[in-house]
Design a protein around this ligand. Structure first.
Ligand SMILES: Nc1ncnc2c1ncn2[C@@H]1O[C@H](COP(=O)(O)OP(=O)(O)O)[C@@H](O)[C@H]1O
Ligand SMILES: [Mg+2]
Length: 265
């Protein structure tokens, strides 16, 4: 199954061509990292996956369904399958951390209170915030809030997660926690994702490490150097509305294009 597919998508805002004949494929359990300068159309791509922005030309499929011409009502069904992590992942200030993370589950109205609490505690544990369940957002640091926002984005187990610069401005340890979650969702839950970032260090981590669940149930992270398989992650570099590079971290290291090299320094 193809989780996300763009076929010859063109998008203009006024006279400005943001994407031109843009093609993209994200397979099941794959992470596509999108690198590109400010204003290169990265956020626009994510909004198109959600149907918030429509292409001028071309077609877009999500989980093998053509969403290009869907109505707002039909798009609601598609959006249930998608988790979104925006840079400004604002929390609801009047709700506890636990209530914030439970919010998408409560909206779905399919879960008992016990199921919701178990899911919320599990995810908070994963992002290293097990103790924050009863806290208010105002008691948390910026990095902790970001981790809560990510927990909330994935608590309803979406098959697709979109990340818009989720590690921007974070300290290395918080950034690492976020990468761990992205890798674990990819390798242990088969989540497909687009990870938009300027953070080459985070991108490299995603492309070179794998999550494994040990027989004890514990999740560990291994560098792909020691394994026979590759992390299921590819890079895409955008420039002037088109892809100028697509490939693995290894091929990125050897790419000779000047614009690509600029991203690596
Ligand atoms: N709703 C909009 N109306 C007009 N121009 C827009 C709109 N959304 C984005 N743009 C323009 O499209 C270009 C790409 O934006 P964006 O996708 O946000 O870039 P990125 O996320 O890569 O920084 C920018 O020049 C931006 O100003
Ligand atoms: Mg953006």
């Amino acid at each position: 199954m193809i989780a996300i597919r763009f076929e010859r998508v063109t998008k203009m805002f006024d006279d400005q061509v943001v994407l031109k004949d843009f093609d993209l494929k994200v397979r099941k359990a794959e992470t596509k990292i999108i690198l590109g300068g400010s204003g290169s159309g990265k956020t626009t791509i994510l909004k198109m996956v959600l149907g918030l922005v429509k292409p001028d030309q071309g077609r877009i499929w999500v989980n093998d369904r053509d969403i290009t011409d869907l109505s707002e009502d039909e798009l609601m069904d598609i959006r249930k399958e998608i988790g979104m992590v925006f840079q400004e992942g604002a929390l609801f200030d009047s709700m506890t951390v636990g209530e914030n993370v439970a919010y998408p589950l409560r909206e779905a109205r399919r879960h008992t209170p016990e199921e919701m609490e178990a899911a919320v505690r599990r995810l908070l544990g994963f992002v290293g915030l097990a103790d924050a369940f009863d806290k208010m957002p105002s008691e948390l640091s910026g990095g902790m809030k970001r981790r809560v926002a990510i927990a909330r984005a994935v608590v309803h187990r979406p098959s697709i997660v979109l990340y818009d610069e989720p590690t921007a401005g974070l300290d290395p340890i918080t950034s690492r926690t976020i990468c761990d979650l992205v890798i674990a969702l990819r390798d242990l839950e088969g989540v497909s994702s687009i990870f938009v970032t300027h953070d080459l260090s985070a991108a490299t981590t995603l492309a070179s490490e794998m999550a494994i669940r040990e027989s004890s149930g514990q999740v560990t992270f291994r560098s792909e150097n020691n394994e026979f398989c590759l992390a299921n992650t590819r890079f895409v570099i955008l420039k002037d509305g088109q892809i100028i590079f697509e490939g693995t971290d290894e091929s990125l290291d050897t790419a000779e294009d000047e614009y690509v090299r600029e991203f690596l320094t």
